[in-house]
Design a binder for this molecule. Structure first.
Ligand code: ATP
Ligand code: MG
Length: 429
């Protein structure tokens, strides 16, 4: 016998776990709707070239972590490692990248070949938000606030927001020149990975986790010192506004983010309760991406939240699902069909209705209903069915105790009254 296993770094999400996922997704989507952000869906599979150009060949994501393969037509394809490049492509391709003020979100699986551990998988999920055609400082603040509010709505504790600015293209390239010069002189004091990055992606060295390299970098030139007055002012306003909105933040001058396309604002949100995989949200401004990918120059800013880490962090209260409202116990040839008719009718009231399909004894069906903690039970035997009737029984709840009533299937008014006064009370309050 073959014992198939899922691939390393991928997981099955089983029904009990998915209750929490669905609750998390619901809270997120509700907040996005309230903030008038619209959904966009792009393919999971894209041309490899898209990410090489969009994210940058020198990044870890593209050079080490990307899942690529040749399809039967010999095209190089990639499973998307992130969503921003795909969104930019879709907007350009559909001729809407220059449409001003587009607030977009996407949610779905991403793929990166990494070492799996808690909060780090090879297939994982992200919620991404992109504000395209937004240039003002206020859009930076609005997007940071949105990320913050979503995480707070999810009940995530110990949130820390870190911000930095990468300046504009000129600031960055001035800094990069000076930095590379310094790196070349100090090359031997750096770890091997950082040495390799000097020519490929020097800014990324600032983001190193190597303790020794970190220490050496203390003496390196600082991006901050190369910022133009305009960039500095922009950053200053953001900090002021965040203070006014009472969103606490700390400045991290080494925060550069892994991908190549960022300009000005960069931010990350971590949670102290996550341990080593602490970053739950990463984002920033990417005014260069759309033009770099062949579109007209269009400013944009976005973030992505890792959903696996959110699931680890969010509380038990999100593991609760709605109980069954009505369990229909039924036995006999006439009863079965009446039960089916009734279940369809009741589901129109947005009730959770479970119809017993086993044909087993009444007592076993009752046991099943109890196990499900159904708020009420409907009993239909052939005797009742022949009279087109059913017995509806309410279990202990706050409003009444073990109330029982016989109702005719044709008596819609009586059924609705019963449902309204016994099962929908919570909703009407
Ligand atoms: P990290 O430093 O943790 O690798 P990153 O900078 O590579 O993160 P981004 O590309 O900014 O991550 O993605 C945004 C978010 O997506 C991260 O903050 C994290 O919550 C989540 N994420 C990234 N990679 C993974 C992964 N392999 N498994 C689970 N979540 C991930
Ligand atoms: Mg990573």
């Amino acid at each position: 016998m073959n014992n198939f296993k899922n691939l390393r770094g991928t997981v099955d999400l089983l029904p009990d776990q998915l209750i929490k996922w669905q609750n998390v997704e619901k809270i997120i989507i509700e907040q996005l709707i309230r903030s008038s952000v619209k959904e966009i869906r792009t393919p999971i599979l894209e041309m490899t070239e898209l990410f090489m150009r969009g994210i940058g060949e020198g990044t870890d994501v593209v050079s080490k972590e990307m899942y690529t393969f040749l399809d039967k037509g010999e095209r190089s394809c990639a499973l998307r490692p992130e969503g921003t490049a795909s969104v930019a492509r879709a907007l350009i391709q559909n001729g809407i990248s220059t449409k001003p003020f587009q607030k977009l979100w996407y949610m779905g699986p991403m793929f990166r070949y990494e070492r799996p551990q808690a909060g780090r998988q090879r297939q994982f999920h992200q919620l991404g938000v992109e504000f395209v055609g937004y240039k003002s400082v206020r859009s930076d603040i609005e997007i940071i606030t949105l990320a913050w509010d979503i995480l707070e709505k999810l009940g995530i504790k110990e949130l820390n927001l870190e911000i930095n600015t990468l300046g504009n293209n000129v600031d960055r390239s001035n800094f990069q020149k000076a930095f590379v010069k310094w790196l070349e002189v100090n090359k031997n004091f750096l770890d091997l990975d950082s040495q390799k990055r000097i020519n490929k992606n020097p800014l990324r060295i600032l983001d190193t986790k190597n303790v020794q390299t970190k220490k050496v970098l203390d003496d390196a030139p600082r991006l901050f010192d190369f910022l133009s007055t305009e960039s500095l002012e922009r950053y200053l306003i953001i900090k002021e506004k965040l203070k006014l909105l009472k969103i606490p933040f700390i400045e991290n001058k080494n925060l550069v983010r892994g991908l190549d396309y960022y300009t000005h604002t960069a931010f990350e949100i971590t949670s102290g309760s996550l341990g080593s995989q602490a970053t739950v949200c990463g984002g920033g401004r990417y005014d260069n991406l759309i033009s770099q990918m062949g579109g007209t120059e269009t400013p944009a800013i976005g973030f992505a939240i890792g959903l696996e880490r959110i699931i680890l962090l969010s509380g038990k209260e999100l593991e609760e699902s709605r109980d069954t409202d009505i369990y229909i116990v039924n036995k006999g040839i006439h009863a079965e069909i009446l039960a089916m008719e009734l279940s369809r009718k009741l589901r129109n009231y947005d009730l959770i209705v479970e119809l017993d399909l086993s044909g087993t004894s009444f007592s076993k069906q009752f046991k099943k209903a109890n196990k499900l903690k159904s708020k009420s039970i409907i009993v239909i035997g052939d005797d009742e069915a022949l009279k087109n009737e059913f017995v509806i029984r309410l279990f202990n709840n706050e409003y009444s105790k073990n109330k029982e009533e016989t109702i005719s299937i044709k008596d819609n008014i009586k059924l609705e009254k019963w449902v309204q006064s016994n099962l929908l009370l919570d909703k009407n309050l």
